[in-house]
Design a protein around this ligand. Sequence first.
Ligand code: ATP
Ligand code: MG
Length: 279
Amino acid sequence: MSVTALHQVSPAPQGARLSIDKIGKVFTGPSGGSVKAIDGVTLNVEPGEFLAIVGPSGCGKSTLLQVIAGLMSPSSGAVRLGAQDVTGEPAHMVYLFQQYGKSLLPWMSVAENVMFSFRHRIVMTRSAARARCDEYLAMVGLLDFADHYPWQLSGGMQQRVAIARALAAEPKVLLMDEPFSSVDALTRLDLHALILDLWTAKRFTAVLVTHDVDEAIFLADRVAVLTHRPASISEVIDTNLPRPRLSIETRESPNFLALRHRLLAHLLARPGGAAHDAR
Ligand SMILES: Nc1ncnc2c1ncn2[C@@H]1O[C@H](COP(=O)(O)OP(=O)(O)OP(=O)(O)O)[C@@H](O)[C@H]1O
Ligand SMILES: [Mg+2]
């Protein structure tokens, strides 16, 4: 799936509890062989919480997020949003992908892209839709670019449009799969601050999959660390860093550095062996 998946929307943006209960996923290959991607992952994400999931490459992070989103059915276990089982693409969740270039529709203007997220779901006048669109474009600092086309914007600006589009649907849950990994390092820091501002304003439940340990610690309330494939929960760490988080000061704080050390040591440990260092 290469476009931002836009599901049904809730009238009022507020987080919902997400229960991920003993999820397992086995893929069957064309020749009958099987790949076990996830092995019994249980996680509860509280309403309005920001959870990050980190794990080694190929361990099953994207698979887990797609199961949570209802884009893929699990082989075992269940996902619930509030009291409802997630058995297909559910209402109230939005998925933000890494490849913003593919998630925006190039023949639509920035404003049309943003309105696309909710106009076919909610009956509203064009002016009301435009007002909601402009509210979210203003939040990401792109109101002046409403009539531009995505290809007229830089990569970081396109990802801000994708964020505005996802949030204009006013989801209860925002699921993000490496959404900042295609932009340069400074733009990434800028997008971190932006996503935290938006999360603070709207308090949706956020689940972020990332390779980037610093990003996970900076953004999240808790960081779930996955094992090598098949993914299971290795540990869940409370970041316990004060909010609001500040781009430079938070990253330099002793608590941040201690968490970073702990997570990197964990992730760089070879399966069944010692940590490896580049020599
Ligand atoms: N549709 C599929 N069919 C068969 N196998 C799949 C499918 N999707 C994923 N896999 C396998 O499941 C395992 C986990 O893949 P997944 O993409 O979830 O990992 P990941 O942790 O997101 O990787 P990365 O860090 O590279 O993004 C891999 O071995 C992959 O080959
Ligand atoms: Mg992935």
